[in-house]
Write a protein that binds this ligand. Sequence first.
Ligand SMILES: Nc1nc2c(ncn2[C@@H]2O[C@H](COP(=O)(O)OP(=O)(O)OP(=O)(O)O)[C@@H](O)[C@H]2O)c(=O)[nH]1
Length: 437
Amino acid sequence: MFFFLFKVSANGSELISLLLLIPSKMKIPSLLLRFPRCYFSRRTCLTSFHFTSRADFPCIESLTPVHPYRTKWICSSNSLRRELCQQAAPDQQIEGLSDKEQRLVDRLYSGLIQGHRACLAEAITLVESTQSRKKKIAQVLLQKVLSYHREQEKLNQGKPLAFRVGLSGPPGAGKSTFIECFGKMLTERKYKVSVLAVDPSSSTSGGSLLGDKTRMTELSRDMNAYIRPSPTRGTLGGVTRTTNEAILLCEGGGYDVVLVETVGVGQSEFAVADMVDMFILLLPPAGGDELQGIKRGIIEMADLVAINKADGDLIVPARRIQAEYVSAMKLLRKRSKVWRPKVMRISAKTGEGISDMWDKMTEFRDLMLTSGELIAKRRKQQKVWMWNLIQENMLEHFRSHLAVKDKIPLLEEKVLSGVLSPGLAADLLLKAFKDGL
Ligand SMILES: Nc1nc2c(ncn2[C@@H]2O[C@H](COP(=O)(O)OP(=O)(O)OP(=O)(O)O)[C@@H](O)[C@H]2O)c(=O)[nH]1
C-alpha cells in the first residue's frame, strides 16, 4: 500500500508535485518508473514525483486547496495506477523489451536520476555498446532521460540543467592538471562535475591517451565528481553518438558541469564543439612551431583560450603567447552577438587564474542564456546530432549491404590501380545499393 500527497499552487491551478510515500527499503514500482512524467528522488523514506501541471492528472480536477502548501491525501495506489496506465504516451511506451530488459531500463533510470554513480557508469556503458539489442535498450533509456530532462528544464524556467563545456588542447598542455584543479574548485563550491574524456586513440593504438587511471587522481576520488574515459572506436560518428548520449546521461544524473575533454589534434574536437555550450582551448606557452598539431579551425571554434603554465619562468612566454592570440583572434569571424572570445593566462599548477576563468565562463553562459543564443545553439546542435547519426548509420548500412559488400574490395582495388575513376566506382556502388533496396 502506498500513500500519495499532492502539493498545489496558491490559486489551485497548478499541481506542483506529488509525493509518494514509500518505505525506504521498498522497491519503486516499475509502472511508475515507466511513466514519462514521473520524477523522483528518494529521501530517506520519501520519494517525490514532480508534475508540471494538473492537466497531467485529470483525476485531481476537483482538488480545492486552501493553502499554497496544503497537502492532501487524494487517492489510493489503485486509482493512480489506472490513470498512469491510461496516460502513458504512445511514443514513450516501451515495446519489444523483455521483462528483464525492462527491469534493467527501470533500474538504471531510477538509479541515474537519484544520482548513483554506478548506474550512470552502467548507463554510459550501455549507450557505448555496439550490440544492436543493447543499442535498442539504450535508446529506450535515453528517451526516458530526455523526457525527464524536458520536464526538469521546464521546472527550471527553461534554463538548461547543466553547463556543457568542451576542453581541448595538445598533449602536454596540462589538461589533466587543469581538470584536477578546476574540478576540485567546483566541487568545493558544491557543484557536481563530470568529465568525459573523448579518446579517439584508444581504439586504434590499443592504449588510451586520456583514459589513464593515473590522471586526475584526487578528483576521481571526489564523490561529487565523475570521470569517464570514452573510447570512440576511431570513428567520428562514434564520438558523436556516445559522447552526446553520455552528456545527456550525466545531466540526468544531476551533474551541474559536464566537461568534455579531447586531445586537440584530430577531428573529434570539431564534433565535440558541436555538442557543448562553450568550447575552451588550453594551450601551453609555446610558439607556432610547437603547436603545429593544433588545427587552425580549432582556434576559430574557441570561446575562450587559456594559456596554461603561466608560472615561474614561463610567465614571460605565456604573456607573449597571450598577446599573439589576442591579436590573432581579433581577425576571426564573429560567431556571437554577445560574446567575443577571450584569451586568459592561467596556471593549473598554482591555481592562479582558475577562479577568474570560471567567472568568465559563467559570464559567457549568462550572456548566451539571456540573449537566447544558448538555447538556439542547443537546438541547432540537436539537428547536427541527428544528421551525424544518420550519416554514420547510412554508411554502416551501405558498407554491410549484401548488394555492395562483396563489390567494395574489388572496386577499391580498381580505383587504387587507376583502372577506374573514383567517381565511376562510387556511381557503380551507389547504383548496386539502390537496385538492391
Ligand atoms: N609549470 C607548470 N607545469 C604544468 C602546469 N600544468 C601542467 N603542467 C605540467 O605539464 C605536464 C603535462 O601536464 P598534463 O596535465 O599531464 O597534460 P595533458 O594535457 O593532460 O597531457 P596529456 O595527458 O598527454 O594529454 C606535467 O608535467 C604537468 O606537471 C602548470 O600550470 N604549470
